[in-house]
Write a protein that binds this ligand. Structure first.
Ligand code: PGA
Length: 253
């Protein structure tokens, strides 16, 4: 089964509108001259999304994502932003379950599940992140941790048609340590097998599973060449147009 690649930049707490404009001024012409078929996504901070959407108007190759949203629709939730608001300003994807949200902001699997549902209810697409810590992997808990994150995060969600999964081993995020292509492939194959158990083989064969964690131009080709790796979620190496484009170029199918 061939799945299209989806390569996403996660800018995290970086790039206000001015920096984003400079990035796109450099990045968009490269993409326009590039024949690869990967879908490209830019996950920008909330306040940067409108200017990125405006600058990409008419560009069908690059979609815009938010990095988080509220699980609530509206009401007395100071400081929150809803999926509907993000839809209104032109976001198409929203990252959920990122390990920084899980560990720094204490998001539970139940909260992440509620966010996934709120996003799907708006017709937007979650990029749903899962991943184990080094302690969990070394303690033999890799499969049980991932199984719980997947089962609870996708609870009561009937179709994965609009969901992208991102496997990001916590120990590889922002550390410069990448999972080997073999480790990533083995784990992603396991993730796909859990999806087959929870849904069915057809769903498992169709769902896109990204790898994330210190992806760079130099390792993208090998990682994204693996059978069960359908793209990348990129933090540090997506802050510069040249290196983010280098990842796309090196992963071209
Ligand atoms: P990194 O971040 O590429 O800097 O490791 C990936 C992520 O957190 O999504």
């Amino acid at each position: 089964m061939s799945r299209n690649l989806i390569v996403a930049a996660n800018w995290k707490l970086n790039k206000g509108p001015a920096d984003a404009t400079a990035f796109l001024d450099a990045f968009v012409p490269k993409v326009e001259a590039f024949a690869g078929s990967a879908e490209i996504v830019i996950a920008a901070p909330f306040v940067t999304i409108p200017s990125v959407v405006a600058q990409l108007a008419g560009n069908s190759r690059i979609a815009v994502a938010a990095q988080n949203c509220s699980e609530q629709e509206s009401g007395a939730f100071t400081g929150e932003v809803s999926a509907a608001m993000l839809k209104e300003v032109g976001a198409q994807y929203i990252i959920t379950g990122h390990s920084e949200r899980r560990s720094i902001y204490g998001e539970s699997d139940a909260t992440i599940n509620a966010k996934n549902k709120a996003i799907l209810a708006q017709g937007l697409k979650p990029i749903f992140c899962i991943g184990e810590t080094l302690e969990e992997r070394e303690g033999g808990k890799l499969e049980s941790v991932l199984r719980t994150q997947i089962t609870d995060g996708l609870k009561d969600i009937d179709s994965l048609e609009n969901i992208v999964i991102a496997y990001e081993p916590v120990w590889a995020i922002g550390t410069g340590v990448t999972a080997t292509a073999e480790q990533a492939q083995d784990t992603q194959q396991f993730v796909r097998s859990v999806i087959a158990e929870l849904y069915n083989q057809e769903t498992a064969d169709a769902v896109q599973i990204q790898y994330g964690g210190s992806v760079k131009p130099g390792n993208a080709g090998e990682l994204l060449g693996q059978q069960d790796i359908d793209g990348a979620l990129v933090g540090g190496a997506a802050l510069e147009a040249d290196s983010f484009f280098g990842i796309l170029e090196n992963s071209a199918q």
